[in-house]
Write a protein that binds this ligand. Structure first.
Ligand code: MG
Length: 382
């Protein structure tokens, strides 16, 4: 099968939350900094200096404290992160005809056809320079022929660099790299593949798709395509959010139901806070649970339009309680809100919600002033 040649750039802000913190407080520069200060929570972001101690995002904060007791732990200023993210989005939007915002700090640009008019690599370097000059944030990019290759290039270029993997060289480029360089292959999958003698991407390719499917199920087929440098996912044009979600892949599989419930509460507080910043109400709440087998389940429920933690937390907990079997290890946990309506209209329709609304406005004002985690209900700490 012949596939038309595509040109895809992947941009990723370097340790984004920490970089924003450094702009606000230059004294943090060059120090081990960790965002995600709660004892029972996980690391949201960490500086490269912190990574030298083996710390990485999604690791429990307690473990990070053991690895690097003298690190600076910050609660995180999510409103500032949102503002910087929108700023970078606007700069890209003004330049790129087709782009996807994959997360708060990650973008894919489809530059296919642009080579008739510009040199795509030079153009992408200029865009990166412009983002750095305007915002002061370090950002890396990778340029190649599909989203996966571009992302791998970015990961190798980090921090604060860029890399071009030209069309036709993808498979040879990947061959010697560790299998863990393929996005989606986490520590556990890598260990499993290692136990079959598969260490490099070339070895995964040589293993063949039948054997990879035997080891990993359907994901094995996908992995085999990826080991050849192929990936057909399209750049999804950026639209205003239709849903707000937050999820965590845990460093180790977790079966501690108390911890999982605390995580659910924390994730719900985070998405409700973001929802209130958007001035919206959600009519649907969902949970996402992934098991070590990579099987992933979502459960959702309709709710009366709301943006209040108190309304959403019991729904989310109930969805989880009904679905989750005791002592089952969990790999990933997520919470998603969708079916948005504008807050302004709904506030009049649901008048008895008013006092709560005032309460949340007061809480959010405190959160904005003193950081997101200054006010928490007791259940999210226990
Ligand atoms: Mg990043």
């Amino acid at each position: 099968m012949n596939h038309p040649q595509r040109i895809i750039a992947h941009f990723d802000l370097d340790s984004f939350f920490v970089s924003v913190e450094v702009i606000h407080n230059p004294e943090l520069k060059g120090k081990p900094v960790i965002v995600g200060g709660q004892e029972r929570g996980v690391v949201s972001a960490c500086s490269y200096e912190a990574r030298k101690f083996g710390i990485h995002s999604a690791m429990p904060v307690q473990k990070a404290r053991q690895l690097c007791p003298h690190a600076i732990f910050l609660k995180g200023n999510y409103e500032a992160y949102g503002n910087y993210s929108r700023w970078v989005t606007d700069i890209i939007k003004a330049e790129a005809p087709l782009f996807e915002k994959a997360s708060v700090d990650e973008f894919y640009l489809d530059l296919t056809g642009m080579d008739k008019f510009f040199h795509p690599f030079e153009w992408t370097i200029a865009l990166r320079n412009s983002i750095i000059e305007k915002t002061g944030l370090p950002i890396s990019f990778g340029l190649s022929s599909n989203k996966m290759m571009a992302k791998i290039a970015t990961n190798l270029a980090k921090p604060n660099g860029y890399l071009h993997i030209p069309f036709g060289t993808e498979k040879a480029f990947l061959a010697p790299l560790p299998i863990g360089e393929i996005p989606g292959v986490g520590t556990q999958t890598e260990k499993l593949l290692n136990s079959y003698g598969i260490f490099t991407i070339h070895q995964a390719f040589e293993t063949g798709k039948v054997e990879l499917e035997n080891i990993l199920g359907k994901w094995g087929l996908d992995l085999w395509e990826k080991s050849r440098g192929l990936h057909f996912s399209k750049v999804q044009p950026y639209h205003e959010a239709k849903s707000i979600s937050s999820e965590n892949t845990f460093d180790e599989n977790i079966a501690d139901v108390k911890f999982l419930n605390a995580e659910l509460v924390r994730l719900t507080e985070k998405v409700c806070f973001e929802l209130r910043q958007e001035g919206k109400l959600a009519g649907c709440a969902a949970i996402k649970v992934r098991f070590p087998s990579f099987e992933t389940f979502t459960r959702q429920a309709r709710i009366a339009p709301t943006n209040s933690d108190d309304a959403v937390i019991p729904v989310v907990k109930e969805l989880f309680k009904r679905f989750y079997k005791k002592n089952e290890p969990v790999r990933l946990l997520g919470v998603k809100l969708s079916n948005f309506t504008s807050n302004a209209i709904q506030a009049n329709l649901f008048d008895k919600g008013k006092p709560k609304e005032n309460l949340y406005k007061a809480i959010d004002d405190v959160k904005k002033k003193y950081g997101k985690y200054s006010l928490r209900r007791a259940s999210s700490n226990s």
